[in-house]
Design a protein around this ligand. Structure first.
Ligand code: ASP
Length: 425
């Protein structure tokens, strides 16, 4: 049928954007027609269910493949320094994300109600010690099947690292076994991304139905909420550049201005491709132009493009606050701590492909007692984010890549192997 052919041939981003605008306009027009909302609601619910279906296998397989791709020999001095840099900058990113969210308070005043169970459960408030202890699962399979984020991340990372030792082993049998498991998990992750691609084909319809519900319930106030969450994310990203990368460059006696000038090609490529993975060749070239030697960038950039996601971390912090505000359950201190841990570790489990951060956001919400259940207020607020996700993804992917490139330059400088001549022209 021509309509289907047109649908699948047209650009996905344009389709999602059109769906967003159409959903908003029609939602405003049919504000007082609950019957129309009732007919469209299941289409939105279907989208939420499809996303929830893929979230655990995508994250678990990405984590295992990511962790087992680093060989123990690579994890020498350069490797350790790179990982330390990645962890520190991610910690700053989540603090910036949560800080900006707390100040701008996106979504406040938006009263999203739901027909199903209300605005998410109020989370219990465990102590910090308990939060930390709970990271270690007593039953890893239970943690994975129950979608418990931190325990799942912990186990998958341990499993991935163990696998990388096995793949590096001198013992043929261990090496063969580990390589086989790696190939299997890699296959699982490839298959999962195929499914993600299919689910995304449905995204315009799902986004349309979800946004329709938001505007039918909230009227024009929803525009302000979308604008404030977008502004918050971009303010957070700019602060990450200025307060983190520029300051670190200055601390290591590298000119922040030269850095910003040289990093531009990678930044722009990431902005348009929305994929750290796809930007990798340009990031490598950018690092070379900065005088970073091969031993540093050949480790830091591929690992960074799958594991170091500062932009995504900022986004997770801001969006968690937005959704909590939108459903009227503001986050408390212990939920903030949980988000900090999950966002930093979760970014590792976010693949460097378009839209992966939005899948991670599902997990973050789940872990602070705001599960995205079909028909719930949280699902509707989450749908709002999905409607503008492409816009947010561009900015956060750019920042993910800028963070990786900054890391290579800093580690090289610290190692004394950076060709500083490259910074003078
Ligand atoms: N698109 C991002 C990247 O490739 C990941 C994300 O969706 O947050 O880095």
């Amino acid at each position: 049928m021509p309509i289907f052919r047109y649908y699948f041939k047209s650009n996905l981003l344009m389709r999602i954007l059109t769906a967003l605008i159409l959903g908003a306009v029609l939602g405003l027009i049919f504000k007082d027609h609950p019957k129309v909302l009732a007919v469209l609601a299941p289409l939105g619910e279907l989208f939420v269910r499809l996303l929830k279906m893929i979230v655990v296998p995508v994250i678990a397989s990405t984590l295992i493949v990511g962790a087992s791709s680093i060989t123990p020999t690579q994890l020498g001095r350069i490797g350790i320094k790179t990982l330390i840099y990645y962890t520190i900058t991610s910690m700053f990113a989540i603090m910036i994300g949560l800080g900006v969210g707390k100040i701008i308070q996106p979504g406040l005043g938006l009263k999203i109600a739901s027909d199903a169970a209300a605005a998410g459960k109020t989370a219990e408030t465990p102590t910090v010690i308990q939060i930390l202890l709970d990271i270690v699962p007593t039953n890893p399979i239970g943690a994975i099947s129950g979608g418990q984020v931190l325990p799942m991340i912990f186990f998958c990372l341990a499993f991935g690292i163990a696998l990388s030792f096995g793949r590096d082993s001198q013992d043929e049998q261990i090496k063969h076994g580990s390589d086989t498991v790696y190939a299997f998990v890699d296959g699982v992750s490839q298959a999962m991304f195929k499914i993600v691609g299919w689910v995304m084909q449905y995204a315009p319809i799902g986004v349309f139905a979800l946004i329709f519900g938001v505007f039918a319930q909230n009227g024009a106030t929803a525009f302000g909420a979308l604008a404030s969450v977008t502004t918050s994310v971009y303010v957070g990203l700019v602060l990450q550049v200025v307060l983190v990368y520029c300051v670190i460059c200055a601390l290591f006696k590298l000119s922040p201005l030269v850095f910003l000038k040289k990093v531009r090609p990678a930044m722009i490529t990431a902005f348009v491709t929305r994929s750290s993975g796809a930007t990798l060749p340009v990031s490598i070239q950018t690092a070379q132009n900065m005088g970073v030697p091969k031993p540093v960038y050949s480790f830091a950039l591929p690992v960074g493009s799958t594991m170091n996601m500062d932009g995504t971390t900022v986004y997770l912090g801001v969006c968690a606050i937005f959704i909590a505000n939108a459903v009227g359950v503001p986050l408390d201190g212990s939920q903030m701590i949980t988000i900090t841990l999950i966002a930093v570790l979760g970014a590792i489990g976010t693949a460097g492909v378009p839209g992966a951060g939005a899948i991670m956001l599902l997990m973050v919400l789940e872990s602070v007692g705001l599960p995205v259940e079909a028909g719930s207020a949280v699902a509707i607020a989450y749908g709002m984010i999905l409607g503008i996700d492409a816009l947010l993804d561009m900015g956060r992917t750019s920042m993910n890549v800028v963070g990786d490139v900054a890391g290579t330059a800093i580690v090289a400088k610290q190692e004394g192997t950076l060709d500083e001549q490259a910074w003078r022209n």
